[in-house]
Ligand binder design. Structure first.
Ligand code: FES
Length: 154
């Protein structure tokens, strides 16, 4: 279900567009920002609110990699292991996250603090390896600074 804050925000977004389908991406983003992921119930509620078929909402919410469709930890780590990052040691960083936090790719720590998703290039090849933590961008990662960085996220 959607809370009053989310409903108000989606109604505000609706006022900016003539076509309800155009509201779908920003509306789903509002839901995810509030709840951390988009539940099947939330997809249905967004469909009702926008008068868009639920199958359309589900299709959009499950198509784009930026939308999360399962429960996640409080902080989402998106670590790139594509070529430039791999050459600069990203695979070792994946191993380090497993050793330090017991965190596997597509997994969540036992305490619900972190989830890890392995990404293709995130556009920071010149300063690889790189990751996003929630919406924060971090580059030039090393075995030391990745742990220092993650310790700031409780
Ligand atoms: S390969 Fe990792 S940011 Fe481009």
């Amino acid at each position: 279900m959607l809370n009053d804050k989310v409903i108000t925000e989606i109604n505000r977004i609706k006022g900016k567009y003539q076509d309800a389908r155009s509201c779908l991406l920003p509306s789903l983003y509002v839901v995810q920002k509030e709840d951390g992921w988009i539940t099947p119930d939330a997809m249905a509620a967004v469909g009702d609110l926008l008068n868009v078929p639920k199958t359309t909402v589900k299709g959009v919410a499950t198509f784009y990699a930026m939308f999360i469709n399962k429960p996640m930890g409080r902080h989402l780590i998106q670590l790139c292991t594509n070529v430039a990052c791999m050459v600069m040691g990203a695979e070792r960083l994946v191993d380090l996250l497993k050793e330090k936090y017991g965190l596997e790719p597509n997994g969540t720590t036992a305490d619900g603090r972190f989830s890890l998703v392995i990404m293709e290039c995130i556009g920071a090849c010149g300063t690889a390896p790189a990751m996003l933590v929630d919406t924060d961008f971090h580059e030039n990662l090393t075995e030391k600074n990745i742990l220092d960085t993650l310790e700031k996220y409780k």
